[in-house]
Design a protein around this ligand. Structure first.
Ligand code: BEZ
Length: 241
């Protein structure tokens, strides 16, 4: 006979790109939060880590703390989660500030909220517990949630692999650029690189596009059209200061 938890585990779908971010209330190191309502109008990176007082997680928290203002400048807030309790979170963050030095970072203060989730309720809602990897620790998930509370991208890493923060930042800027300029961004895109003009939706438009491609847009073929997008324009659109 299965327990209620086992049944729930089977029927709770993993949140997917395009879904509304599942809502919850939580205790955090910065007080109670109502998610995602408290973050309306802002992008949020909701990320999980396996456990407090572990080295890879420590290196990640120090890096997020260093980058917090850089993310805030793109209208993006950070929210962390692990299935540890509040007092463990507080003790760990104090230890990081007082004792840990990593890649030139020291006295790093984590000012963004870290959710306590000892019951794993939130981690399960977000598919952060992946039993093939661990039944008791959250994988390293990164949810990008837009100002309307919609999940726009998800990245998962295993327990042993620290995240790449350049990629997390690049993905955020790329999605904001796509929204702002109605374009798509090609492989390894960085602000200042050419962008992709979304493909034509019909044979007529496809032919027209290739024939009328002018200096603005370059089409190698009907499905592969790019255009310039000035770095300054991108940065003006996505950076607040
Ligand atoms: C770490 O953060 O160091 C870690 C956590 C769980 C498993 C392996 C490494």
């Amino acid at each position: 006979m299965e327990t209620l938890l086992e049944v729930q585990e089977k029927i709770t779908p993993m949140p997917r790109i395009g879904d509304s971010a599942p809502s919850f209330q939580a205790v955090t190191t910065q007080g109670m939060i109502n998610f995602p309502d408290d973050y309306k109008g802002k992008w949020v990176i909701l990320f999980s880590h396996p456990a407090d007082f572990t080295p890879v997680c420590t290196s990640e928290f120090m890096t997020f703390a260093k980058l917090e203002d850089k993310f805030a400048n793109t209208n993006c807030k950070l929210v962390g989660l692990s299935i540890d309790g509040l007092y463990s979170h507080i003790a760990w963050l104090r230890t990081i500030k007082d004792k840990i030095e990593f890649k030139g970072m020291k006295n790093m203060e984590v000012k963004f909220p870290l959710i306590e989730d000892i019951t794993m309720e939130i981690a399960k809602k977000y598919g952060m517990i992946q039993p093939g990897e661990s039944k008791t620790q959250a994988v390293r998930a990164v949810f990008f949630i837009d100002p309307h509370g919609i999940i726009r991208a998800v990245i998962y890493y295993p327990l042993s692999l620290g995240r790449n923060f350049d990629e997390i930042y690049r993905a955020l800027i790329a999605m904001q650029t796509a929204d702002e300029f109605s374009v798509a961004t090609p492989a390894d895109w960085q602000p200042g690189d050419d962008v992709i003009v979304p493909p034509a939706g019909s044979c007529g438009t496809a032919k027209e596009r290739v024939e009328s491609a002018n200096g603005e847009m370059e089409c190698a073929d009907w499905f592969f059209c790019t255009r310039k997008l000035d770095k300054k324009k991108v940065l003006e659109a996505v950076l607040k200061n």
